[in-house]
Design a protein around this ligand. Structure first.
Ligand code: UTP
Length: 305
């Protein structure tokens, strides 16, 4: 896998949203810490970033989010205990604590929107191009197909001000997503003319939905400052990207490949699906789970339920 240019080394992971759609599960714990199969969601995000050669991670957290900071702190007493018990298998489960990465934290004391969370990263970013990866979305990909690497390479080659990962969704689902309007024909990478939050099926300019990963140049901060609070009184990142487009800056998209999939943990329907699908891929327990589900569903069909 090719590693992106060292010109992009910083990532912002917004993880300060309230997660109200997952209540009561998220009343006192961050949705980004909800487990999907063996790991908390945000650990997949961090591992994806490190796998793409990114080394400086700013997590934007907030009220009731301490579990995130605790998770990424190396726990030396737990390591010592597992070493003493010679439990190599469990020690291996803590390998993520030793990733070659520098963590930084910002606090969004009130969730004033994704755009506001990104704005808090301005000092950390210090004038460099940077990645934004939503802490509640997992990108699953096959071997050697890093979406992040393609996103960063496209951003640099196209001299874009913003580059957005997009996935094709069924026509009926456009109403749930931010949808992009391609400038010309759509290829694996393509420039856009506009984007629209949650359009009706008729008004949707395409079926390409924004998929939780972005690369930005620092101009985005100026646009975020100019952005008025929109839906729900929150500062929306998509509104700031529209401002970039209006100011004439190029914005590009990178399409998820066939073997790449986005799992949004933000609502129960997609969280349940993510848990089942990713658990089915577990090297040790996946096959057993598959057999169990087959039996369960066959009995359900026999009983007509
Ligand atoms: P969502 O748009 O799903 O918002 O966040 P939310 O507020 O967490 O969810 P609901 O609607 O209350 O259920 C997408 C990502 O942006 C972060 C979230 O933590 C999530 O990872 N976010 C959102 C922030 O960091 N700050 C915010 O103010 C809003």
């Amino acid at each position: 896998m090719s590693v992106p240019s060292p010109r992009v080394r910083k990532v912002v992971i917004p993880a300060a949203g309230r997660g109200t759609r997952l209540l009561p599960a998220t009343k006192s714990q961050p949705k980004e810490m909800l487990p999907v199969a063996r790991k908390p969601t945000i650990q997949y995000v961090v591992e994806e970033m490190v796998g793409a050669g990114l080394s400086h991670i700013l997590i934007v957290s907030g009220r009731s989010k301490r579990a995130i900071d605790d998770h990424f702190d190396p726990d030396t007493s737990l390591q010592a205990e597992l070493s003493r018990k010679q439990n190599a298998e469990l020690l291996e489960q803590l390998a993520f604590e030793r990733l070659d990465v520098h963590y930084f934290y910002a606090r969004q004391s009130e969730p004033r929107g994704l755009g506001h969370a990104v704005l808090l990263a301005e000092e950390f970013v210090a004038g460099e191009p940077f990645v934004v990866a939503l802490g509640d979305s997992i990108i699953w990909h096959g071997e050697n197909h890093s979406l992040m690497t393609r996103l960063i390479e496209t951003h640099l080659q196209a001299c874009a001000a913003a580059t957005i990962a997009v996935e094709e969704v069924p026509a009926a689902d456009v109403v749930h997503y931010g949808i992009v309007e391609p400038k010309h024909e759509v290829g694996p990478v393509f420039p856009i003319a506009d984007l629209i939050e949650k359009p009706s099926v008729e008004a949707a300019p395409s079926r390409y939905a924004i998929a939780a990963r972005y690369v930005f140049n620092p101009q985005i901060f100026e646009m975020l400052r100019r952005t008025e609070p929109g839906h729900g009184g929150e500062i929306q990142l998509t509104d700031a990207i529209r401002q970039l487009l209006r100011a004439g800056w190029p914005v590009w998209c990178v399409r998820l490949e066939k073997d790449q999939q986005r799992y949004d943990i933000g609502n129960f329907e997609s969280y349940f699906r993510a848990f089942v699908e990713i658990s089915l891929r577990d090297p040790e327990l996946g096959e057993g789970l598959r057999a169990h589900l087959r039996r369960l569903l066959a009995v359900g069909e026999e009983n007509g339920s």
